[in-house]
Design a binder for this molecule. Sequence first.
Ligand SMILES: Cc1cc2nc3c(=O)[nH]c(=O)nc-3n(C[C@H](O)[C@H](O)[C@H](O)COP(=O)(O)OP(=O)(O)OC[C@H]3O[C@@H](n4cnc5c(N)ncnc54)[C@H](O)[C@@H]3O)c2cc1C
Length: 401
Amino acid sequence: MTDRETHHRELAEKYLPAEVLERFRERAAIYDRENRFFDEDLEELKALGYLTLFVPDAYGGPGLSLHEVTRLQQRLAGAAPATALAINMHLMCTGVVKAMADRGDSTLNWVFDEVMAGEIFAFGISEPSNDWVLQGSNTEAVPTADGGYLLSGVKIFTSLSPVWTRLIVHGAVTPEDEGIAGPDAEEPAEGQLVYGFIERSEPGITISDHWDVLGMRASQSRATILDEVLLRPDRVSRVIPAGKHPDLLTFAITSNFQLLIAAVYAGVAARALELGAAGLKKRTSAKAGTTLAEVPETRARLAGAHLDYLSVPAMIDSYARDFDGLVDHGAGWPLRLVGARIKAAEAARRTAETALMCAGGSGFDNGHELSRLLRDASAGLFHPPSADAARPMYAAALLDD
Ligand SMILES: Cc1cc2nc3c(=O)[nH]c(=O)nc-3n(C[C@H](O)[C@H](O)[C@H](O)COP(=O)(O)OP(=O)(O)OC[C@H]3O[C@@H](n4cnc5c(N)ncnc54)[C@H](O)[C@@H]3O)c2cc1C
């Protein structure tokens, strides 16, 4: 084992000890069945200092790198995918601030103090029918006289909805009485976007009471409805042009988001492979007179999934290390980041399905971990950009001048 691997192992034992993970795994089944938030996991994660992972030493945290956190998130997701996906949103917000500070922009460093004080950050970017995602918004942001904004709109899939206290949001800057038409896929997004953090205590925030989904149920990613919610002037992070304009904040969001989400699905895939192997060892073949672990066809099935999986942690390791090392891939960054996340989500679905076939009919039982993993893995179809939305970018990188 290399020194680097020993280091990752020490971090794993410190922040996610094996006995804690076992408790998370047991509770994951209960949260899923009861469709409830992971309150007990969250308390344990807080006690372990997990919510402060990215906070630099100078602010009282361990200042872990994106690479270190993606490794931890893979481990957490192997036990409790929905817990990992939801806590990802808090980690991502703090990772963004660390990435900006590492690149010389310390304007958001107040976030570190708030994280150390126990605030929980979440990610309120997704909106219905907004496939511009970070480059446009259907949320109206009406400027106030003192430099703040009043935000009105709907943010969908806000993970951590029962507990977040700070929410990073964006909105289209809209002079009073004008109203925005909303982004149109045919036209470039226009005007200006404001990014900032709203506080849960502000009037005008409603959390949807509807949440009954196929997988990742414990994330409780309910819709958040904003009705003239105040974004205070001191919480405005950026005002940038809508559309494709390079900006450090949106680059830091994309990088942390894509690689941390990739880590979650890589963790799901790794766990599915373990369960697939266990299934083959357990099941016997009357015809072969052995366990299925010795039958060439079933071995080959699992081997194929293993082969597909291995490129995923390699991509995450490599890209996260480059990101931490401030490597400039320029226009090659989105191709790498989005590619890692899409391939991780594909691997999670493929390995979960393969593992289910290895486990046989028992894995189909709702009480079996694999049936939940397959449902959790299917959430990977919905993180932006989808494979369909991303393909033009891969084509353009090769075909357009
Ligand atoms: C498990 C999970 C967790 C996620 N966590 C986050 C997160 O923390 N932050 C984030 O920004 N994105 C998050 N995403 C969102 C995701 O990344 C995509 O942006 C989203 O799935 C895109 O959905 P769509 O455009 O296909 O949605 P649509 O099909 O347009 O809508 C999806 C759902 O949003 C709700 N919805 C739609 N319109 C309204 C409305 N007007 N009022 C109220 N509710 C409405 C409905 O429940 C609908 O089923 C998460 C996704 C998943 C699957």
